[in-house]
Ligand binder design. Sequence first.
Ligand code: APR
Length: 247
Amino acid sequence: MDLHRYLLETTRIAVLTGAGVSAESGIPTFREAQTGLWSQYDPMTLASPEGFAQQPDLVWRWYQWRRELVAKAAPNAGHKALASIQQHLPEFTLITQNVDGLHQQAGSSDVLELHGNIHRTVCSRTGSAIEASWLSAHAAAEPPPSPHHADGLARPDVVWFGEALDECTLQQSFDAAQDCELMIVAGTAGVVHPAASLPVMAQQAGARVVDINPEHNEISRMANWYLQGTSARWLPVLAATLEKENR
Ligand code: APR
């Protein structure tokens, strides 16, 4: 069956997005050799609990820089198309590995943020939320002390390498993968688990998978359909198909 027809017959869609979806909003992806966020840095220094324990100031400044980058960014046509698809389908789940909040800014609701959100800050010891007012009262060049624990520091509410994902968010993502008829995967290299296992899980449970990515990878190889190109190009095409049917 072709993708067009399958899309029109589908009532339950789950979507998995990665850094590529925000690339056209000006936010670099992680693993691209020349331009990726990790190209000049060791991810273990900047995105692990050990790295933070060793160089908290460096890690804090890196996240401040990324927060500023994200603050300047706006949702692109791919983010907007997903918000539109949600309007047309009763059962729709958007799962993202992105921490930039651009899906919500585009109008998506109930987004499952597997890797957290860079706009939130928590105590490194207790995980309790820290308010923006507390942060603005402290110097920006180093992580402020936590108001919740004497040995705690403020840290971004994102999942670092070696850390567990939020159990409830993960369970909801597994449920959506196992329950959907179509999983749309966009802008992920498919190398970080458990996110990368969601398309496999969906396919094993009987769903079909469509992958959108300029580059071939493990996911494009296992997908039922591979749309080579950017998410800002292809996601609006899928949204327009559903809109035309006026569902
Ligand atoms: N549209 C769609 N895909 C794109 C675009 C685009 N405009 N530009 C790049 N891509 C693709 C790349 O080809 C690549 O496959 O997006 C993917 C980005 O891969 P990564 O940088 O590895 O990002 P991601 O898969 O989201 O990484 C997963 O790893 O570093 C951790 O926690 C971090 O959430 C992140 C996770």
